[in-house]
Design a protein around this ligand. Structure first.
Ligand SMILES: [Zn+2]
Length: 229
């Protein structure tokens, strides 16, 4: 009539009609009624299976049963580099080679100073001058193009300069001290959720140094603003 596969940690209780035999006659009667009833309901309707205290148990009674079994969540591997990280690392290495004779431990203060000066000058020539004299931009087409060029250089110097200095801090090898060398090689998502309009992602990442080979496993938590539609 029904079949329950043997599962080690499953508690199964079966009720087949009344269990109080007041008289043999009544018992027989109940059995007859019970069998008749169960036949009419395809033979498994009054079998009660209690699986509430068992974990990861499979319960299957009756015909045409589809089961959903939850599998444990595995960490998802994602690309190790995010956004402009790789680009900034490459620009950073180029800066060290070009301006500091390949001295990868050299301080980035001179670079920061030059970028800062460029940002201040172009910032003044573009935004500052227009703010002080709004008619200067409209005086000629050449001035307008020049204005745009200043704005562009200002924007690049702030974003790229800031990005490179930021990356330099994060990619300095804790062992050999070289900049733009300690980079993420593998990234796994171990958890994800939302919190106050932010998507919070937990990562487990493998970082290693391209110079000395120093390796570290780093847990990372990244909050990203959820874009509004
Ligand atoms: Zn190193």
């Amino acid at each position: 009539m029904f079949r329950v596969d043997y599962i080690p940690d499953l508690n199964v209780t079966c009720f087949n009609g009344s269990k109080s035999p007041t008289s043999k006659k009544r018992k027989k009667q109940t059995e007859r009624e019970g069998s008749a009833e169960s036949e009419s309901k395809e033979g498994f309707s009054d079998n009660y299976v209690d699986a509430s205290r068992s974990k990861k148990s499979q319960v299957a009674i009756g015909h045409h049963i589809t089961q959903k079994i939850e599998t444990p969540k595995k960490p998802i591997e994602v690309l190790p580099q995010e956004g402009n990280e790789r680009l900034f690392v490459d620009i950073g290495r180029w800066i060290m080679r070009t301006f500091f004779k390949g001295d990868m431990v050299h301080s980035l203060k001179p670079f920061g100073l030059v970028v800062g000066v460029i940002a201040v000058i172009t910032g003044y020539l573009s935004i500052g001058r227009v703010y002080l004299d709004p008619t200067s931009i409209a005086s000629s087409t050449f001035n307008a193009y020049l204005e745009m060029a200043y704005v562009l250089v200002f924007a690049i110097s702030v974003s790229v300069g800031g990005g490179i200095i930021g990356i330099a801090g994060r990619t300095t090898c804790p062992k050999c001290g070289q900049k733009f060398m300690f980079t993420r090689k593998k990234r796994l998502i171990t958890g994800q959720g939302t919190h106050r309009g932010y998507e919070v992602t937990n990562y487990k990442s493998d970082w290693s140094c391209d110079n000395c080979g120093h390796k570290e496993k780093v847990p990372e938590v990244v909050e990203r603003a959820i874009p509004e539609d």
